[in-house]
Design a protein around this ligand. Sequence first.
Ligand SMILES: Nc1nc2c(c(=O)[nH]1)N[C@H]1C(S)=C(S)[C@@H](COP(=O)(O)OP(=O)(O)OC[C@H]3O[C@@H](n4cnc5c(=O)[nH]c(N)nc54)[C@H](O)[C@@H]3O)O[C@H]1N2
Ligand SMILES: Nc1nc2c(c(=O)[nH]1)N[C@H]1C(S)=C(S)[C@@H](COP(=O)(O)OP(=O)(O)OC[C@H]3O[C@@H](n4cnc5c(=O)[nH]c(N)nc54)[C@H](O)[C@@H]3O)O[C@H]1N2
Ligand code: SF4
Ligand SMILES: [Mo]
Length: 704
Amino acid sequence: MAVEIVRSTCPHDCPSACALDVERLAPDRVGRVHGGRWNPYIDGVICAKVARYAERVHNPDRLTTPLLRDGPKGSGRFKRIGWDEALDRVAEAFAAARRRHGPQTLWPYNYAGTMGLVQRDGIQRFRALLGTSLQHDTFCTSLGNAGWAAGMGAHKWGVDPREMVDSDVVVLWGLNAVHTQVQTMGWVARARKARGAKLVVVDPYRNATAEKADLHLMLRPGTDAALACAVMHVLFRDGLADRAYLAASADDPEGLEAHLRDRTPAWAARITGLSVDEIETFARLYGGTRRAYLRIGYGFTRSRNGAAAMHAVTSLPAVSGAWAHRGGGALWSMSGLFPLDTSLITAAEHRDGTQRWLDMSRIGAILTGDEPDALAGGPPVTAMLIQNTNPMVTAPDSTRVARGFAREDLFVCVHDQILTETARMADVVLPATTFLEHDDLYKAGAHTVLQVGLQVIEPLAEARCNHDVLRALMARLEAPAHVANDMSARELVDETLRLSGLPPAREIRDGGGHDCAAGFDAHHFRKGFGHADGRFRFHGAWHGAQAAVMPDLPDHLETIEAVDADHPFRLVTAPARHFLNSSFNETPTSRAMERRPTVLVHPDDAARVGLTDGAPARLGNRRGIVTLRARLIPGLAPGTVVVESLWSAGAFPEGVGINALVGADPGPPNGGAVFHDTAVWLRPVAVGDAEVPAGADAAALELA
Ligand SMILES: Nc1nc2c(c(=O)[nH]1)N[C@H]1C(S)=C(S)[C@@H](COP(=O)(O)OP(=O)(O)OC[C@H]3O[C@@H](n4cnc5c(=O)[nH]c(N)nc54)[C@H](O)[C@@H]3O)O[C@H]1N2
Ligand SMILES: Nc1nc2c(c(=O)[nH]1)N[C@H]1C(S)=C(S)[C@@H](COP(=O)(O)OP(=O)(O)OC[C@H]3O[C@@H](n4cnc5c(=O)[nH]c(N)nc54)[C@H](O)[C@@H]3O)O[C@H]1N2
Ligand code: SF4
Ligand SMILES: [Mo]
């Protein structure tokens, strides 16, 4: 068979939602994966890990059949069983749990292993129709969402990144684009070429993106709101604020100006660790043009004050008036742009109003019962269906998560493509298809094109897609009839598109996607921001259980996990280039590229604690301890250490991952994981050190 090129879409949890041209070598085999030039934002560029996707999809470790546990929990001992037996066993266990504790003892748990709307969100229909516990999605966006909505309101979109070619200044704020959104750098390069644009990067370490910056503001983690407030102070002070724009478009510019009067660069310098000069330079650069493009990342929102920081950062283009100009304004995510009716997929209208919401980041406390409030007044969780996520590695407070999964009275079914560390804790494991083996449709975070991916190759062995597993289980559990459960995934894609007034899947795929761009006025909020009065709100509109702790006007909140004498360092667990959360950490090439779990330490800090480059180091706090290797680099904010993540738990001698150190307390106002907000101690370790916990394999350090 000649090599055929088939269009598809990258399904991974990544804002880029890349257009792909996949080489099909045989009905069951792919070759290289290329970036699709048919999406003008992607323009042929994709990351290396997906270019070599053949390594993941044809990985000999892919799950091929259902498995039944055949040893103690977590032992990794399983025996092969058929699909009917597997589904019957899962349904029987769920039905027994439901009889004993009611339907809310079932917690179907998912995240964004695939971003495809049918294969990711079908589990919402399962929850709605069966009356199980619901899930508050707090891994990634909830802190950012709250901060965005506080000022911007309900519209979650922004200026097309391709407009960077008209920008004089591009600011990447808490965004490691080289690792996480590689196309961004191409548009920065075009902006530099077109107008000599300057690149500013705001990040606590000199990562691969900051290396490319004209100005790198290496601030202490969790201090971004202070920086943003001082910049706005300078804009008002030096006549760089756009007062006409403010009067027409914001709620209370005078109130903001008065509030910022003592948020001076000197004040912010004390909090951020930056110099007054750096802050003044940035403010003049940002305010010296209306064509300043702010590409907002997630990094600075993953802290206990992350929502407040997002509100402060989104206030910048409102003060400068950049929104009104080509090449100016901001983008965090386009995900609110796509006019889709997803009711068939989620059956959200079938929720009965009494179902509790469980915070996915508190899975450890929920499963162990350590913090009874985490159960939201309902029964214990005694049965779980897990799709699209690997919480043993990706959720905070891993030690507790592991203890929860070890519970003998908890029945767990994990549906995944590989035997993840979560799947190893399961009673029944089901093999899942990859995006190349099933059908779906995809929104995007970084661009405006709705895309489709239709099956490219035959499913591996007995692998099944999420949709088919969900409907098979719903049938066995006698869920109320629902039309989506009688459809194939492909039919559900097409029917969702039809309900949304959009063309069918094949037409969208063959036509290079469906561009949902809404025009200059909408993307630049010239028709108003997403509040009833259309104004940007400096007086943040905060919602959620902890709304009372949020600042009225943009401000630095002191709520981060502060250092103390016993925990003198702040840990950032930033995304590694060759992993995607925990995905790809199973592929040999990605592991080889990332080498081994490593903590980046400033040479002065290393000298203080007695660490040398390459030496084994231990990082810990009251939640846990991990052992890894130190690498000394000068490009770190004072007192900050970075562990690029996420390595599997098994890559650490303690058998727990980096999230053993991260707290699971919900970030205000409405929950959210705080992956970059951890106080730790750091010290050297000698191999064989008595302090390495029992059972730890210190030799593992030597293998890496
Ligand atoms: N290669 C790769 N790509 C990925 C992922 C991955 O793991 N690996 N993950 C995917 C997912 S799920 C997401 S949500 C996105 C996330 O994409 P990003 O928005 O780029 O990722 P973040 O984890 O938010 O971290 C980005 C940067 O924020 C910095 N940071 C941490 N704390 C602070 C702070 O307090 N202030 C400031 N200014 N910066 C801070 C970190 O040092 C890091 O360099 O990327 C996606 N793409
Ligand atoms: N320390 C630290 N922890 C973090 C982060 C961090 O920056 N630092 N980032 C956080 C963020 S932003 C996020 S979004 C979360 C993500 O956390 P997770 O959602 O757990 O992300 P992954 O580790 O990529 O796991 C996705 C799983 O889904 C599986 N999968 C993929 N496609 C399919 C499919 O079609 N069907 C089924 N059944 N399974 C599929 C993959 O094989 C993989 O095991 O991690 C968070 N954890
Ligand atoms: S992981 Fe992200 S950058 Fe890589 S191909 Fe997928 S969407 Fe594109
Ligand atoms: Mo994420």
